[in-house]
Design a binder for this molecule. Structure first.
Ligand SMILES: Nc1ncnc2c1ncn2[C@@H]1O[C@H](COP(=O)(O)OP(=O)(O)OP(=O)(O)O)[C@@H](O)[C@H]1O
Length: 975
């Protein structure tokens, strides 16, 4: 993708004339102001509608920019016809082309967009090419970088537009053919064309021309971004370039989705690098035009409707992400204010950086379907296209003066080799001149006699070197393409026949193996098996005809072969193709690469150099030598080449042989001139004879090739070929059946996985719902305005304060009660203490009395009257009792009194204990309430701090003041 960028301010040379003609020139930078102008005032049918706001983006009547230095991206929209499936489903038309520049919504006619050009469903790709691509291609041939890309949702027709098919070639084959036609039309310049082809699959860059080139790195240098290590092939003809695309397509990732049976799963970029310089000997410092033409087929964005799983979903998310980045980049580019453009967010935008940042012409072809089911997606594409329209570009010719250009390198090499050849020739010619000199005759004779054998071998060596040089010159010269127009011979009189003459006619595009019919089992794709004239544009009058047109082309054939590689269904054709691609530069498409022993030294040198002509010569020779059936032996790679390809190859070989004959004839002429001057020189005669033999042999080969071309023409298909065709189709059928079986098994597995996923999904949905709820709550909280939140907080605090005040009052009440209880208990306790004191005095008194009585009792027991008989004792006892009655209360009475007083003492002690207990309890509760009070006071203080903070954060808000005052009042009350 790297490109030499010329200074932006450079005036456009011949390019500017084309700019004026190009559609892009019709909308210049100044067109910006028109783009969003309503056409209400332009008597449009919508102008009468006052109900809804019209969305017109109109670009008609735009004038040309005076300086022509600035352009806008050319944006066109292409409608495809309704697909058979859409027709079956009874889809309505939601969007349609209203005239040549407007797309209008069927249901809401006020919604319309204007573009450089809008193509209806019956427009041919050739027409699209003429309007949207031709100016970019011609610009690229003049040294102005160009990019053409198709954008649209899946199945909208991007691949149909960019690649096309056998009947209706797409932009890429048309551009390639046009490039070679321009070379033909430019006799005063010589060109060197190279191609590269890459895909971006799941954000990985793969080289489609070199299967080993996977996951390549994107690098950047002063000239822009480029892909490191990408293979570039020098191309010699449209068929050659297209064969490389065809080979590359085999490696592209394609898979079936529920919208498109053959959906592109990667973005592809086909780059044609063009170098050109004035014809003839160029001066040392002469600038070379270097430009790149990028032809891009984007993968389609996938809508949420696509029910994809596994690998397809992964691909889809990569595709969508990169297209989203492309959209962002485009809107930022048109924003005007954005200072960072996120090119690096995807590989696609990184590679398109040079193009999008305005260093070349850009044409965006947006493909859409008119179907109502895709109305929203179509609307998104239209909006994308509209944004892209605003990108400004400053296309300028890229000139490089350094020797890095390949064409310069080749030219220099040719010059050096030619000088070397001249020297060699002079060496051969000077020998007889020396012989003419009188002074040297003796010496020369001596030399000749002494080293005749030596000289002979030297001459042979020189002859070999000469042949090798001629071969190399021829090989390098063949890489440089020039016009075959009449002026040619006069311009290069000194090198007749050296140039390879290319005649790039329409038939070059017919290399596509269109006879290989697709065997798609989908009813939508059961296509006709009709033989079609190559290059005839599809008759797009009816949808039926469109259906016939589809799936017949090379691309679809290739897609089929590589289809669904993601599911592991592979064909063995890639090996064959990679074998073809591994041929060294330049790799002219050819049937086989077997080396055949050659007869002539010239041929040998060509063989060892492996030049295209040498390869073709060997092919031709081999074909001549091999029996005819061997040529079409099913085991040889030729089996993959169909009649039309074979004819092309044979023609190519024929052309090259004719070139060789012309080359040999001119050499013969030169030698015969020399022979006339030196009739005795045997070596010259020998060389002439060899050349004559060579010419005869080549003429025979040409005749043989002519015969073969005639034999291989389609109406002369042999039984053998028909049998081969049938065999091949049977093999394909088997292959497809196997593929189908594998897919059925895959489907079963996928179905099981799907069920599992559905149940997982249900679980996830629940989680998502709860998360959503949480999110909504949080968002609601967040969305509440700050003042409201503050007021709410103050309210909460007030509420809390009121609660605290209430609880404090309750506590105080309780405290009071407890205090009362405590004082009552104290009173009780003191009363109890007084009573206890009186009781203890009484007890003490009683005890003293008791002691006295006991001592009296003891004294009376120990007296003599007590020692009388037992009878007397009973009497005596009665006496004592009577005596005692006489002297005061008896001992029993005293004991009883004592017991009672002890009992009372005990009860008093218990009451005292209980009182102490209650007192302690009351103390504890008093302490608790004190602590609670302290805590509440602390809380209140904190609240004040909080209120103060809130006040501070809200300045001198009066509300807060009042709140604060209220709080203060509350607090005072509390205090
Ligand atoms: N202008 C058209 N005329 C006729 N048929 C068309 C046109 N455009 C697209 N088609 C058909 O519609 C189908 C889908 O087209 P195509 O494969 O080009 O879509 P796509 O945009 O490249 O899809 P994806 O992004 O999935 O690769 C094909 O069968 C194609 O032949």
């Amino acid at each position: 993708m790297a490109s030499g960028q010329g200074p932006k301010s450079k005036k456009l040379g011949p390019v500017s004339t084309r700019v004026a003609k190009s559609p892009s020139s019709s909308t210049t930078s100044s067109s910006k102001q028109y783009l969003e102008t309503s056409i209400d005032g332009q008597s449009s049918p919508a102008s009468s509608s006052a109900r809804s706001k019209p969305q017109y983006f109109y670009s008609e009547n735009v004038h040309l920019d005076v300086e022509r230095s600035k352009e806008n991206v050319t944006v066109t929209v292409r409608f495809r016809p309704l697909s058979p499936r859409e027709i079956r489903q009874g889809e309505d038309i939601a969007w349609y082309a209203d005239g040549e520049t407007i797309v209008r919504n069927e249901h809401n006619p006020t919604t319309a967009y204007a573009y450089d050009r809008v193509f209806g469903p019956t427009t041919t790709t050739r027409h699209v090419y003429d309007i949207a691509a031709q100016h970019v291609v011609s610009g690229a041939m003049e040294g102005v970088n160009g990019t053409i890309f198709a954008y649209g949702v899946t199945s909208s027709g991007k691949t149909h537009t960019m690649h096309g098919d056998q009947r209706s070639p797409g932009i890429i084959p048309l551009a390639v053919k046009d490039a070679f036609s321009i070379i033909q039309e430019t006799p005063n310049r010589e060109f060197l064309l190279r191609v590269s082809y890459l895909e971006i699959y799941n954000e990985v860059v793969n080289d489609l021309l070199n299967p080993a080139g996977q996951n390549l790195r994107i690098r950047e240098d002063a000239q822009g971004t480029f892909v490191e290590g990408i293979k570039e092939e020098v191309v010699l003809s449209p068929a050659h370039a297209l064969s490389l695309i065809a080979a590359g397509e085999e490696h592209r990732h394609v898979g079936s989705t529920n919208f498109n049976l053959l959906s592109s799963r990667s973005h592809t970029i086909f780059t044609l690098t063009i170098e050109s310089s004035p014809c003839g000997e160029t001066g040392e410092g002469e600038a070379v035009n270097l430009s790149q033409l990028n032809l891009i087929d984007l993968a389609g964005s996938e809508s949420s409707k696509a029910e994809t799983t596994g690998i397809r979903r992964k691909e889809g998310s990569y595709i969508n992400k990169s297209l989203l980045t492309l959209g962002t980049v485009i809107s930022k580019l048109t924003d005007g204010k954005a200072n960072h453009i996120p090119y690096r967010d995807s590989k696609l935008t990184r590679l398109l950086q040079s193009s999008l940042s305005g260093h070349g012409r850009v044409s965006l072809i947006c493909t859409v379907t008119p179907a109502s089911s895709s109305s929203e997606e179509t609307h998104n594409t239209l909006k994308f296209a509209h944004r892209a329209k605003h990108i400004e570009i400053q296309a300028a010719q890229n000139k490089i003066i350094d020797e890095k250009s390949l064409i310069k390198k080749y030219q220099n090499e040719i010059r050096c080799l030619k000088e070397e050849l001249d020297q060699l020739k002079r060496g051969i010619v000077t020998v007889p001149q020396l012989r003419d000199s009188e002074d040297d005759i003796v010496l020369l004779k001596q030399k000749l006699e002494d080293g005749q054998f030596k000289l002979q071998s030297r001459l042979e060596q020189e002859e070999e070197a000469k042949a090798a040089l001629l071969g190399r010159i021829q090989r390098l010269t063949k890489l440089i393409l020039v016009s075959t127009k009449a002026s040619q011979s006069s311009r290069f009189p000194h090198r007749p026949g050296l140039r390879r003459r290319h005649s790039f006619g329409e038939e070059e595009l017919a290399y596509l193996p269109y006879k290989r019919r697709d065997l798609i089992l989908d009813d939508e794709n059961i296509d006709m098996y009709a033989s079609v004239e190559p290059n005839s544009e599809a008759n797009e009058d009816t949808v039926k005809e469109e259906k016939k047109t589809r799936k017949h082309g090379l691309l679809n054939w290739l897609k089929l072969r590589k289809r669904d590689s993601g599911l592991g269904t592979l064909t063995n054709t890639s090996d064959r193709s990679s074998g073809m691609k591994s041929t060294s530069i330049p790799s002219t498409p050819r049937a086989d690469q077997n080396n055949v022993p050659t007869e002539s030294r010239l041929s040998h040198s060509l063989q060892t150099e492996s030049s295209p002509s040498a390869d073709l010569l060997s092919d031709a020779r081999e074909e001549k030598e091999a029996p005819e059936e061997n040529i079409f032996d099913p085991e040889t790679p030729l089996t993959s080449i169909k009649s039309s390809d074979r004819i092309d190859l044979l023609r190519e070989q024929q052309k090259i042989l004719s070139g060789e004959v012309a080359l040999h004839s001119s050499a013969l002429k030169r030698l015969s001139d020399e022979a006339a001057r030196n009739p005795q020189k045997d070596q010259i005669h020998f060389e002439m004879k060899r050349l004559k033999d060579d010419i005869n042999e080549k003429n025979q080969q040409i005749a043989f090739l002519e015969k073969k071309i005639a034999d291989a023409s389609p109406n002369k298909m042999t039984d053998l070929e028909i049998m081969q065709e049938i065999d091949e189709l049977t093999a394909q059928l088997n292959e497809k059946s196997f593929e189908l079986e594998v897919k059925a098994a895959d489907n079963r597995i996928i179905q099981e996985q799907l069920n599992q996923k559905i149940s997982e999904c249900e679980g996830l949905q629940e989680t998502v719902a709860s998360l959503k709820q949480q999110l909504a709550d949080t968002l609601e909280l967040r969305n509440t305005p700050k003042d409201e939140r503050l007021a709410q907080e103050v309210d909460d605090l007030k509420h809390k304060l009121a609660e605290l005040t209430e609880s404090k009052e309750q506590l105080e009440l309780r405290n009071q009660k407890l205090a009362e209880e405590s004082s009552y208990a104290k009173g009780l306790a003191s009363a109890a203490a007084v009573e206890l004191k009186a009781l203890s005095e009484e007890v003490a008194k009683l005890m003293n009395e008791n002691e006295r009585l006991s001592s009296e009792l003891a004294a009376s027991k120990s007296s003599p009257s007590q020692r009388k008989s037992t009878i007397g004792m009973r009497n005596g006892r009665r006496e004592v009792i009577s005596k005692r009655t006489d002297i005061g209360p008896s001992a029993a009475e005293l004991k009883r009194d004592l017991a009672i007083s002890k009992e009372r003492e005990l009860s008093y002690e218990a009451a005292l204990l209980e009182k102490d207990h209650r007192e302690a309890e009351l103390h504890r509760r008093v302490e608790e309430s004190k602590q609670r009070e302290a805590y509440l006071e602390n809380e209140l203080a904190n609240m004040w701090v909080l209120v103060a903070k809130l006040k501070k954060s809200h300045g001198n808000d009066t509300d807060d003041h009042s709140t604060l005052d209220t709080l203060r009042l509350d607090d005072d009350r509390l205090i």
